[in-house]
Structures are given as structure tokens and as C-alpha cells.
Design a protein around this ligand. Structure first.
Ligand code: PEP
Length: 256
């Protein structure tokens, strides 16, 4: 059985006071979302603060990015062992903003995903097509290329242990969500791609949807058989909305 996950990607938002309020709100409301994995991914500078605030709770902490290198002359970068010092267990890799704004290639994303797995952490590997690519009929080709780059060279346990997030670029931060049917089609294709490499991993790998998920549309998305939760940007910055999305995941079907 696949356990649903809802991950909040705070992006470059927050400060000490706002973070403390948001975490207090999430902890207050969290009891309505049992049985799923919930995590928040603050900016790197606030990982220590948020980890401290969440100590003793069952909410995890993730990073939005990390270096694939362990240490050395990489000015401005943050390594996986540094994040592990602050109880980080998940790392988002290949978010479309990093691909588009920081020119991260499929190869770099794959290196990062491998490094996260080798560090004993869980990569949340983002894939997704632009509007132009969708309109040209290239969605499955693009997301398959992106995912294949990561999967090549991973063993069955690593394939099953990563988390994939399908995030159509045209739906991120735009208020325009993929329909549950559009998302399900891509999720099924991504699962099939992993199943080609290892059948059991295909059944076990968790695939999240991301792109303008909110309290209103979450339940319908999460009800689709291959959607195992969400990667949530804007709506993760409001405790009530975030927990409503978590509750939708907790109430969704059980599959796998
Ligand atoms: C994201 O940042 O991964 C995301 C899905 O953002 P939003 O929910 O705001 O579209």
C-alpha cells in the first residue's frame, strides 16, 4: 500500500516570525490529517528553525534543493550532510523553477537525485512539461525523458524509494490546475516507465501532483488511482489551506 504524501514547498517566502506562526497553525490543525506523510520545505536558511519547531511532531522537513557534492569549494551551496544535521529527510530536486531559472539539466537533476538516495534521504524528483510542449503533443515524451534520466542506473530499491512529482509548468503558481484526468494520464505513464525497469518499484513508487493544488481541487486529484498526494506551493503558506489539502489526501482512496 502506498502511503500518501503532502509536501509544502515554501519557495523563497517567510521569515522567523511568519514561519513560527505557520508551523504553530499547522501543528494546531494537523490532527485532521492522520495516516499520511506531511512535510514542509522551507528556504535553506530556515531549515534549522523549522526543524526545531517541528521536533517531536510527525511532520517532516524537506529542502528545496541541495548540492550533489559532499563538501568543498562550492560557494553558496548547501550539502546533504549539512541538511541531515538538521533532520532533513527529503530533498526536492529538479523543480521547474530550478530547471528554468538556474539552468539545471536532466543530468544534474539525476546526479542530485542519486546523491540524495546515497545519503539515505528521499528525493522528490520533479518533472513536467511547458504549455508549449503540451500543446505540441509532447507531454509524455518530455516527462519520460526527464524521469528516465533519473532512473537510469538506479536499483529497484532506489526506484521504489524515490518520490516523483508531476508538475506541469503551466500549472505552477498560475491558478490553472491540470484536470484530474490529465494528471492521471501522466501519472500512469510515469508509473509504467518505472515498472518497465522493475515491476514492484512501479507499484510502490509514490507520484505526487503539483500545480495550483488548493483546498477545493485536492480531493478530486487525490482520488485518482495513480496520484499519491501533492507537492503544494502557494497553498502551503496558509496553515488552514495546507491542512485542508492534507485532510483531502488522508481521506482519498487507498491504492497500491
Ligand atoms: C510548486 O512550487 O511546486 C507548486 C506546485 O506551486 P503552486 O502550488 O503554487 O502551483
Amino acid at each position: 500500500m502506498r502511503r500518501s504524501i503532502v509536501a509544502g514547498n515554501w519557495k523563497m517566502n517567510g521569515n522567523l516570525e511568519v514561519n513560527a506562526e505557520l508551523i504553530a497553525g499547522i501543528l494546531k490543525e494537523k490532527s485532521s490529517a492522520q495516516g499520511i506523510e506531511v512535510l514542509v520545505c522551507p528556504p535553506a536558511i530556515y531549515v534549522a528553525q523549522v526543524s526545531g519547531l517541528l521536533e517531536g511532531s510527525d511532520i517532516g522537513v524537506g529542502a528545496q534543493n541541495a548540492s550533489a557534492f559532499e563538501s568543498g569549494a562550492f560557494t553558496g551551496e548547501v550539502s546533504l550532510p549539512m541538511l541531515a544535521d538538521f533532520a532533513v529527510r527529503y530533498v526536492i530536486v529538479g523543480h521547474s523553477e530550478r530547471r528554468a531559472l538556474f539552468a539545471e539539466s536532466d543530468g544534474q537533476v539525476a546526479e542530485k537525485a542519486r546523491a540524495v538516495l546515497l545519503a539515505g534521504m528521499t528525493p522528490i524528483v520533479c518533472v513536467g512539461e511547458t504549455l508549449e510542449e503540451r500543446e505540441a503533443g509532447g507531454t509524455l515524451e518530455v516527462v519520460s525523458r526527464q524521469l528516465r534520466a533519473v532512473c537510469d542506473g538506479l536499483d529497484a530499491d532506489q526506484l521504489a524509494g524515490m518520490v516523483v512529482a508531476y508538475e506541469p509548468v503551466w500549472a505552477i503558481g498560475t491558478g490553472r490546475t491540470a484536470t484530474p484526468e490529465q494528471a492521471q494520464e501522466v501519472h500512469a505513464a510515469l508509473r509504467a516507465l518505472i515498472a518497465e525497469a522493475d515491476g514492484k518499484a512501479g507499484l510502490e513508487v509514490r507520484i505526487l501532483y503539483g500545480g495550483s493544488v488548493n483546498a477545493e481541487n485536492a480531493a478530486q486529484l487525490f482520488d485518482k488511482p495513480d496520484i499519491d498526494g501533492g507537492l503544494v506551493g502557494g497553498a502551503s503558506l496558509k496553515a488552514k489551506d495546507f491542512i485542508a489539502i492534507c485532510s483531502a489526501a488522508a481521506g482519498a482512496k487507498v491504492t497500491g
